[in-house]
Design a protein around this ligand. Structure first.
Ligand SMILES: *[C@@H]1O[C@H](CO)[C@@H](O)[C@H](O)[C@H]1NC(C)=O
Ligand SMILES: *[C@@H]1O[C@H](CO)[C@@H](O)[C@H](O)[C@H]1NC(C)=O
Ligand SMILES: *[C@@H]1O[C@H](CO)[C@@H](O)[C@H](O)[C@H]1NC(C)=O
Length: 380
């Protein structure tokens, strides 16, 4: 309870900062929120790592504020994100079950209740252009496969590009499945037992070892087939059901093309900023990094001293560099991006908090089986 309370307070602090700046300074600041997935607090330079290179994140820390006490509201995605977006205990939005607090399927009903107030909705009501690029994992539908009641566009975001679900091993299909592996093994075992029974009956019948009616053999076979179909239609095609990319309400990739995801997400984010340079905006960039299966582009493979995980963290840092001041400021200087009002410099460093990119991370390491609820936050 204490941890949830602390995290709530923390999120409220961030929101208060936002609101204060919105209300008191007439030129509205722009917001870039960057959320990393499953990143360990000791895996970036500014939090003490000396072997993984994260110069861009360290840069944000150096010129901004680095928070050292921030506890996430939950150690798994769905409830933690729910708290992050709403500033409320996850349990208040329905994430109360001990074991199944996390959404397992795009197609399941359930998600962030439509009546919750997210920071995106608050800003949207203030005239902001709001976008989410990346991972959502807070549900899609309530009753039918098209009602999209939990969709980001129903939660204050005007634009969405990314995964309504989360990336997982099944998207790549080379490692062990992440979704209910032991359950799948059990289903597979029962299926084999049923078909073994069918073959035994057939063998007995054909060799006249024992007498059994054809009707029974047919019934058991049909039962076996139905049983197999009932679970395999879900778990056998996880890649198609869960690993999809959407733009607003449309599915653009099913299954998604993992090689292009990183560059597409960056492109979408930068072009959203370009499109909205004349009005205040909120961009919530929600990384698929560094969740397994640690999809990393060729340029970063083998670069770090910590294997694929380290490569993926370094790639994420590079992406932060593409999104953050070092990238946008030169554009600003060269006049490619002109800001609506001269006072509200995008990511301005010297004057008042005209803009606050926030980097924060969920802490859960499935690979090491190590779950942490400490979280990091940088205010810039
Ligand atoms: C972290 O979360 C676990 C449950 O997920 C809880 O038992 C533990 O007390 C929490 N730790 C802190 C420091 O809040
Ligand atoms: C840096 O991160 C790697 C990967 O998580 C870890 O093995 C290493 O111990 C970390 N180094 C420090 C000094 O924390
Ligand atoms: C949303 O509706 C549910 C069900 O009516 C209710 O329990 C919950 O408190 C509501 N949430 C908010 C933020 O009003």
């Amino acid at each position: 309870r204490l941890s949830s309370l602390l995290s709530c307070l923390h999120i409220w602090l961030i929101l208060c900062l936002f609101l204060r700046t919105c209300v008191s300074s007439p030129p509205k600041p722009n917001f870039l929120l960057i959320l990393a997935d499953d990143l360990g607090i000791g895996d970036v330079g500014c939090y003490g790592n000396d072997t993984i290179r994260t110069p861009h994140i360290d840069g944000l820390a150096k010129e901004g504020v680095r928070l050292t006490q921030h506890i996430a509201a939950a150690a798994v995605c769905t409830p933690s994100r729910s708290a992050f977006l709403t500033g409320r205990y996850p349990i208040r939005s329905g994430w109360s079950s001990y074991k199944r607090r996390i959404l397992f399927w795009n197609g399941c009903s359930g998600g962030l209740p439509p009546n919750e107030t997210t920071f995106a909705r608050v800003l949207h009501q203030q005239g902001y252009s709001t976008a989410l690029v990346g991972k959502w994992h807070l549900g899609v539908n309530c009753k039918s496969h098209r009602d999209h009641c939990h969709h980001p566009l129903n939660h204050g975001f005007e634009y969405f590009y990314g995964m309504p679900f989360t990336i997982l091993n099944e998207c790549q299909g080379t490692d062990d499945p992440e979704l209910a592996k032991s359950l799948q093994d059990t289903y597979w075992l029962y299926t084999q037992i049923i078909f073994l029974a069918v073959f035994t009956l057939l063998f007995g019948k054909l060799t006249c070892l024992f007498s059994v009616k054809w009707k029974i053999i047919v019934c058991v076979t049909i039962f076996g087939l139905l049983y197999f179909l009932s679970w395999f239609s879900s778990y056998g095609f996880t890649k198609y059901w869960n690993c999809i990319v959407m733009r607003n309400h449309e599915i653009t990739e099913q299954p998604m093309n993992l090689e292009k995801t990183t560059s597409n997400m960056l492109k979408e984010a930068v072009s959203f900023i370009e499109r909205n340079k004349h009005r205040p905006f909120l961009l919530f960039f929600s990384f698929l990094h560094v969740h397994t299966p640690l999809i990393t582009t060729k340029e970063f493979l083998g670069r770090s001293r910590h294997g694929l995980y380290g490569d993926n963290v370094e790639e994420m840092d590079w992406m932060v560099g593409n999104l953050s001041p070092s990238f946008l400021l030169p554009l600003f200087r060269y006049g490619k991006i002109t800001i609506r009002s001269p006072q509200s410099h995008l990511f301005s460093r010297q004057n008042s908090p005209s803009s606050q990119p926030v980097l924060t991370a969920e802490m859960f390491h499935p690979s090491s089986g190590h779950s942490q609820n400490r979280s990091m936050s940088l205010l810039y």
